[in-house]
Design a protein around this ligand. Structure first.
Ligand SMILES: Cc1cc2nc3c(=O)[nH]c(=O)nc-3n(C[C@H](O)[C@H](O)[C@H](O)COP(=O)(O)OP(=O)(O)OC[C@H]3O[C@@H](n4cnc5c(N)ncnc54)[C@H](O)[C@@H]3O)c2cc1C
Length: 480
């Protein structure tokens, strides 16, 4: 990480929102010697990284993020002593399982050599696709998790990535001979919320596959709240303060400060800061596009899920959706504003590897599918049909369940506009201009946006907050 220049005169920063990006920004500012105050609307800090008893007492569920390849692999988080503040990563033997209708599952093994063997006829093609980036993760991660376009520090590595990444998932999947490997890649690419024939869907598939081998897909012991608690603990050590149950409705309500970093999305920025931003910038924010939403279910279970493919118990994360064609159809439907009859379901079973999540012998499961933004459709039956398809009898072991529609999610975190968990569509335009061409900067010199609506986008990695705070500090240093 770049060394932090300290200011000689005491400056003050306010941060709105305590999601991973708000906290990352707060830490960078506090490291530079600023007095930092974070204002959080909800009673608990963390935004998308919170853990709560959402079903029954003693069952700890992740409200938002559950599995953290980019958390463990984040260049900024890795530079902090978060383990000293209680953060412990737990890995399952394999990062991901993808069950199929024949009662078997494709497993994405952690070690590349094991993946080569288990993917059989496609093992070599898989390794060719990801190996250079897995082997050079420490160079690759900072390149990819920063604002683009940028002059690459590792041009040949990034040129190689660009050659594959600009393709759609559909085109990349044609490199594989087996339907099983194609299905596996479809599940990875579906994290993009794009149609699998769209540019960048392949890049996201690769960006999910590469860390699986390089750093794993772990969960924090105790849930994603442990990431937040560790960030808050380190921030407190630097003198920063987090004020919960403190919604900010206008920047005018903030204490006097030199700079404000907003961990909010463009629509909220307009509401709380629009009066201090110029008309041209406000119009650009109004044009920002949100992506599909999610419908989520948290389960308290009597016992572990009995998957037809027993090897699914080796993985925390499962992708339920069958073949490439079926997953592609599900994502295409959502991208065109419809609900999939057989939705692609992402499922995590963290309590199999972290006993702190549930009472003795009991389990928690987290599952969601994509839906059109703002959808009011109840997807419970369709999600459970997908789970039953690969684990017959699942419904019989459910002790309690809680569903979250798009509106329910947004009511618990205002950044989840219409249920969009990534802070806006990540298509080519919003990859480069996120949320505008100015990226973190706004039309006001002392106001910055630092949420997942800025580069590099969604996920718990804190890199949006890190880069936004660096940008603010650079400008303050020049203005000083
Ligand atoms: C269901 C779900 C599943 C997910 N799964 C994963 C996963 O497995 N892995 C992964 O890496 N990511 C996952 N994510 C995405 C991840 O949670 C987000 O990308 C990440 O949290 C974005 O961080 P952020 O700091 O930009 O915003 P957020 O985490 O959304 O935090 C924003 C914070 O700002 C606060 N706020 C908003 N407006 C105001 C205001 N006016 N005043 C005061 N406070 C305000 C909010 O209350 C919130 O606490 C998931 C998200 C959801 C919802």
């Amino acid at each position: 990480m770049v060394a932090v220049k300290k200011f000689s005169m005491k400056r003050k920063a306010c941060v709105i929102g305590s999601g991973p990006n708000g906290l990352a920004a707060a830490i960078v500012l506090a490291q530079a010697g600023l007095e930092v105050e974070v204002f959080e609307a909800q009673p608990i800090a963390g935004g998308g990284a919170r853990t709560m008893e959402l079903t029954l007492p003693g069952f700890l569920h992740d409200f938002g993020s559950a599995v953290h390849p980019l958390g463990v692999g984040s260049p900024f988080f890795s530079s902090l002593p978060l383990h000293e503040y209680g953060l412990e990563w737990i890995h399952s033997p394999v990062p991901l399982a993808h069950p199929l209708d024949d009662g078997t599952a494709v497993l994405l093994e952690r070690k590349l050599e094991d993946a080569r063997a288990s993917l059989g006829v496609d093992g070599e093609a898989w390794c060719r696709l990801v190996r250079p980036f897995v082997e050079h993760w420490n160079e690759f991660a900072p390149e990819i998790l920063r604002p683009q376009p940028a002059i690459p520090r590792h041009p040949s590595l990034m040129a190689r990535f660009g050659m594959s990444a600009l393709l759609s998932a559909e085109t990349i999947a044609r490199r594989f001979q087996s339907e099983r490997t194609r299905a596996l890649f479809a599940g990875l690419a579906a994290h993009s919320f794009l149609s699998l024939d769209e540019v960048l869907s392949g890049a996201i598939g690769m960006l999910m596959a590469i860390p699986a081998h390089a750093v794993g897909w772990p969960v924090p012991r105790g849930g994603s709240q442990a990431i937040t608690n560790a960030l808050c603990g380190f921030l407190a050590k630097l003198g920063g303060v987090v004020r919960t149950s403190s919604p900010v409705e206008s920047l005018d309500a903030l204490p006097k400060c030199d700079v404000v970093l907003c961990d909010v999305t463009p629509r909220q920025l307009l509401a709380i800061a629009g009066a201090r931003l110029d008309d041209y910038y406000n119009r650009q924010l109004q044009r920002f596009r949100y992506g599909p939403g999610v419908f989520k279910i948290d389960y308290a279970l009597r016992e572990p899920i009995r998957w037809r493919a027993a090897e699914c118990r080796r993985a925390i994360t499962l992708h339920l959706g069958g073949s490439f064609g079926e997953i592609a159809a599900s994502e295409k439907a959502v991208r065109s504003g419809n609900h999939a009859e057989r939705p692609f379901v992402l499922l995590a079973q963290p309590s199999l590897f972290d006993a702190s999540r549930a009472p003795d012998g009991k389990h928690t499961v987290w599952a969601y599918c994509h839906v059109p933004n703002g959808s009011t459709e109840n997807m419970l039956a369709r999600i459970e049909e997908q789970i039953e398809r690969f684990a017959p009898g699942f419904r019989d072991i459910v002790l309690a369940r809680r569903t979250f529609s798009c509106a329910d999610l947004q009511s618990m975190n205002a950044n989840l506009v219409g249920g969009d968990i990534n802070g806006g569509v990540l298509d080519v335009r919003q990859f480069l201009a996120r949320p505008t061409w100015q990226q973190y900067a706004t039309s006001a010199r002392d106001i910055y946006i630092c949420s997942a609506s800025t580069p590099p986008g969604g996920g718990v990695h804190g890199m949006c907050g890190y880069h936004a705070a660096k940008r603010a500090l650079r400008r303050m240093a020049h203005g000083a």
